[in-house]
Design a protein around this ligand. Structure first.
Ligand code: 2AL
Length: 174
């Protein structure tokens, strides 16, 4: 879809289409709709980022808590969103060796005990080895540093999901 088509969407259709560009946070799409018209895909992405950045820290943590664990319960139960399943499978997280799976489960648990939100990383920009390494390293971070880092990962996920939905065009003249 091109940006002029995005700008013509009703809020119902906009939320249906963009409601999961930030995982399980359709309220963000519902708010971003008010910012249309968007001059380009990049302007649309900026509107999502600015909404997230303007949230208080508790709101940012709320967004992180809407993310499923990597290789976690939702993957095992088949209850991931379509986007998350594709991203996790693309990074090889649906086919971990048993040692990798137990390492991931243990580190996810330690991470959540420390930060009280799940480890979030853009799976499409990493493979399983890199994800495990970063999970282990980021467990050592200070909480505010880690929260900020995690929100940047949410934005990377959002960037790629938006690219899947909207084609790059020359900016529209409004
Ligand atoms: C995810 C997810 O569902 N997709 C992705 O790229 N990262 N989850 C997570 N906890 O990092």
């Amino acid at each position: 879809m091109d940006i002029s088509k995005v700008n013509a969407l009703s809020y119902e259709d906009f939320v249906d289409i963009f409601g999961n560009v930030v995982e399980k946070c359709p309220i963000i799409a519902a708010a971003v709709w008010s910012r249309r018209p968007f001059v380009s895909l990049s302007a649309l992405e900026t509107a999502f980022s600015e909404f997230v950045d303007a949230l208080p820290e508790s709101g940012k943590e709320g967004i992180l808590r809407c993310h499923p664990d990597l290789a976690g319960r939702d993957l095992q139960r088949g209850t991931l969103t379509r986007e998350s399943l594709e991203e996790q499978a693309g990074a090889g997280l649906d086919a971990l060796e048993s040692a990798e799976a137990s390492c991931m489960a243990q580190l996810n648990k330690e991470y959540k005990e420390r930060f009280r939100f799940p480890f979030v990383i853009c799976a499409r920009m990493n493979d399983k080895t890199n994800i495990l390494r970063q999970l282990s390293e980021r467990c050592q971070n200070e909480c505010t540093v880690e929260r900020a880092h995690s929100i940047e990962e949410v934005k990377k996920i959002c960037h790629l999901r938006l690219q899947d939905l909207v084609c790059h065009d020359a900016p529209n003249k409004l």
